[in-house]
Structure formats: structure tokens, C-alpha cells
Design a protein around this ligand. Structure first.
Ligand code: NAI
Length: 411
């Protein structure tokens, strides 16, 4: 339970701490709102973060700062955390929810960057460009047309037709390729892309197979010796999804045996923690194999878009209580209701809380202009707009209920 007073005004009381060189596109947004902004170039260790978090309302991190139970326990004023990246496992999400703190990330800001890399690699594989470039860098002039093809007219098989897969489909078609896709969910085909009924059907007709599935128990080692053997002789495999999806040893065997003509791999079952760590893989040194260090989504445009996407989500939550896109919280997105007094309440999800809260409001003679409740198994999130300014009184009474996790007033 918190007794934190209303925190949305004055706006310069909202303290935003951004760590790990978050893109300036986010700084501009927070400054534009009049929030108090502090930025640090690096990550903070747990002890340092525990010290600094006490008066922070909004925390922005990337992948290297760990927001633990201990950090959250010391974050008395924390309203929300933004992960300015895709992954969120550096945050104890369940603990954050128990503290009434929604966590946001940017799952789609780098979609286009990944799709463009896949298209570039498709052409590179088709022309053995990796090998030609490597030869030139050691002074070898090898002007050959062997094993070099146009991509026009070839078939691109996309496994996982979500955000990235669909973009790849659109771009591949624009290059004159025929596009087929396989997804476990029904997906509306873009342009002339065609769904296949089974993965085998896709593998049997694709010159290029590109993987865009998430990491799930079903996709773990989804591409092993059997699936690779089912690919066409002389075809190519691209993986810019997750490293656990492909059995790298089986892939290396298929490349050495000449069953596959090449591969482009951006993600690996084990990836180095730091840029200074070395990298080993059975794929290194194999011909027509493009290996990249998980850079599919690493572009200036993606970083800028991530700054904007997460920054906007955090501001919408601070200003209006909107939780759409939060990874650990029930979703509510109701627009502003001018002239009303908005109460945001996070509570333990036990029976009767809404009844108790409504009784508190009724007892004070106030009218509820709008009310939305969303729950997950552990917490309930209530956004309620009142006609009369009894919000502080209502807030204090809710705090006394014993089910309250966090209650905030927006005027
Ligand atoms: P998404 O969630 O929009 O799409 C994934 C699609 O895969 C969905 O349509 C889903 O139904 C489908 N799917 C799930 N299990 C499947 C299965 N067993 N067989 C066939 N289809 C299946 O995800 P998004 O944004 O397109 O990302 C795809 C992958 O790309 C993710 O693994 C993500 O982590 C990775 N990624 C990699 C980056 C990089 O730097 N290389 C950057 C961004 C994302």
C-alpha cells in the first residue's frame, strides 16, 4: 500500500531517470511534457540503483540494468518502467506488478530493420557475395558466375508470418519473388503471398527459407536435421529470429554436405554477453555462410523509433493511466475525460474490491462518470472518473481497504 500523494501535477515534479544511453528522441518527449529529466550513459548496478530509485517516478533502461525485487522494494515513488528495447527479462515483471508498476517495451520498432537485412542477405546468398568480399579483402580476384543467380522468380518461404514475416513478404514480392508462408495462426496474406497448409509443403517448394517465429517451447529446435533435409537441394536458410530455433550442428552438416547452398544466421543458441567476448560456431569458415552478431534490429532508425514508442507509452501512462502494451499489467486505454477527477487504482485481485470501492464513492455522494476494470490472475487495475472533487478522500479510503497496492489521482 502506498500513501504517495497525487503525482501528475505539477509536471516538473515527475522525475524521469533514463539509463544506458537511451535515444534523444525519448528525451525530447519527456522535456516536451515538462517532466524533470536525468540521463546517464551507462547501466547502474543493483546497489547504486537502490540508492537512486527512491525519488524516481519513471525509470528508463535498456538490457543491462536489472530491476530486481530489491530495487522495486525501494522504489517508493516509482510509477512505471520503460525497457527501451525488445526484451524485458532484465526486469522482475511479477514483482513490478505486485508493486503496481507497469512495464513497457518496444516490440515492433525494429521490424522493418530486420526485414531489410533479410532481403539484403537473400541477394547476398544468391550471389555468394560473402565469399567474393572475403576473397577480395585478402587480395584474391575471382570473377566467376558459378552458383550466382538472380532472386527474381525464385520462391521465398517465410516461417512465422507476424510483423517481421509480413514485411519480408512485401519486400520479397517487390523484388519479383514468389512468396509462400507458414504460420500456426490464420494470417491475412499481404499482396500475392500464399499460405501453405504445412511446414513441409513450404519447405518442399522454397528456394529461400526465412524464419520469423518467436521463442516458444514449440519453436525450440524447430529446425533440426529432419526439417533441413526436407528443404530443397541447393536452397538457402536464413534465421534472424531466435538462436534456439535452429540446430546449428545439423545446419553445418547440411552445408558441408552441399544439401544447402548457403545460410545467413543472425542469432545463436549461445551469444556472447559483451562485444569484447569471443565468438565460436561450427558455421565459421563455411562457404557462402553469412554470420552477423544479432544486428537484425540494430539501426539508427530502430533506436529512434524505440525512443519514441516507449517514451510515448510512458507518458500516456503517467498522464492518463493508459496501460496498453504493458507486458505485466492488465490493459486499459480510455481517453481523457475533461473536467472529471480520475483515480487510478491497482489492487490485489480478490472478490469484492470493486463493490467496496463503489461503496466508498457512493458514501461520499459522488457520481462515477466512467469506470473501467481490467484484471489478470494477480492484480486488478481500475480507472475511474468522478464528477466531484472527492478524489483525495476516496483515495485515502481505498488505501485503508487492505486490498490496495497503489492508488493515484489525476486531476
Ligand atoms: P510476431 O509475434 O509479430 O510474429 C511471430 C509469428 O510467428 C506469429 O504470426 C506467430 O503466430 C508465428 N508462430 C509462432 N509459433 C509458430 C510456429 N511454431 N510455427 C509457425 N509460426 C509460428 O513476432 P515478430 O515481431 O515478427 O518477431 C519474430 C522474431 O524475430 C521473434 O523471435 C523476435 O525475437 C525476432 N527478432 C529478432 C531481431 C534481431 O535483431 N535479429 C529483432 C527483432 C525481433
Amino acid at each position: 500500500m502506498t500513501t504517495e500523494p497525487a503525482t501528475s501535477f505539477p509536471k516538473d515534479r515527475i522525475k524521469v531517470l533514463l539509463l544506458e544511453n537511451i535515444h534523444p528522441s525519448a528525451h525530447e518527449l519527456f522535456r516536451g511534457e515538462g517532466f524533470h529529466l536525468e540521463t546517464l550513459p551507462g547501466a547502474l548496478g543493483e546497489d547504486e540503483l537502490v540508492k537512486r530509485i527512491a525519488d524516481v517516478h519513471v525509470l528508463g533502461i535498456r538490457s543491462k540494468t536489472h530491476v530486481t525485487e530489491r530495487v522495486l522494494g525501494n522504489a517508493r515513488r516509482l510509477l512505471t518502467v520503460g525497457c527501451f528495447c525488445i526484451g524485458t527479462n532484465q526486469v522482475d515483471l511479477a514483482s513490478a506488478a505486485r508493486h503496481g508498476v507497469p512495464v513497457f517495451n518496444a516490440p515492433f520498432s525494429n521490424t522493418r530493420s530486420v526485414a531489410e537485412l533479410v532481403i539484403a542477405e537473400t541477394v547476398m546468398l544468391s550471389r555468394c557475395l560473402g565469399d567474393r568480399i572475403r576473397e577480395m579483402h585478402v587480395g584474391q580476384w575471382r570473377k566467376v558466375a558459378t552458383a550466382s543467380f538472380e532472386v527474381r522468380g525464385k520462391t521465398m518461404g517465410i516461417v512465422g508470418y507476424g510483423h517481421i514475416g509480413r514485411q519480408v513478404g512485401v519486400l520479397a514480392e517487390a523484388m519479383g519473388m514468389r512468396v509462400v508462408f507458414f504460420d500456426i495462426a490464420a494470417r491475412l496474406p499481404m499482396g500475392n503471398n500464399h499460405p501453405t497448409k504445412t511446414l513441409e509443403e513450404l519447405l518442399g517448394q522454397s528456394d529461400f527459407v526465412t524464419l520469423h517465429v518467436p521463442e516458444t517451447p514449440q519453436t525450440r529446435s524447430m529446425f533440426g536435421a529432419k526439417e533441413i533435409a526436407a528443404m530443397r537441394q541447393g536452397s538457402y536458410l536464413l534465421n534472424a529470429s531466435r538462436g534456439t530455433v535452429v540446430d546449428i550442428a545439423a545446419l553445418a552438416d547440411a552445408l558441408k554436405a552441399g544439401h544447402l547452398a548457403g545460410a545467413a544466421i543472425d542469432v545463436y543458441p549461445e551469444e556472447p554477453e559483451k562485444n569484447s567476448d569471443g565468438f565460436k560456431s561450427p558455421l565459421l569458415g563455411l562457404s557462402n555462410v553469412i554470420v552477423t552478431p544479432h544486428i537484425g534490429g540494430s539501426t539508427a532508425e530502430a533506436q529512434e523509433a524505440i525512443g519514441r514508442e516507449v517514451g510515448e507509452a510512458l507518458i500516456k501512462f503517467v498522464n492518463g493511466g493508459v496501460t496498453t502494451g504493458a507486458v505485466n499489467f492488465p490493459h486499459i486505454d480510455n481517453g481523457p475525460t475533461p473536467g472529471k477527477y480520475r483515480i487510478l487504482n491497482v489492487h490485489r485481485n480478490v472478490p469484492g474490491v470493486l463493490r467496496d470501492i463503489n461503496r466508498i464513492v457512493t458514501d461520499r455522494g459522488a457520481n462515477i462518470a466512467a469506470q473501467i476494470l481490467a484484471t489478470d490472475p494477480d492484480i486488478g487495475y481500475l480507472v475511474m472518473d468522478l464528477d466531484q472533487d472527492v478524489a483525495l478522500d476516496v483515495k485515502n479510503a481505498i488505501a485503508a481497504l487492505g486490498t490496495d497496492i497503489k492508488t493515484r489521482i489525476l486531476y
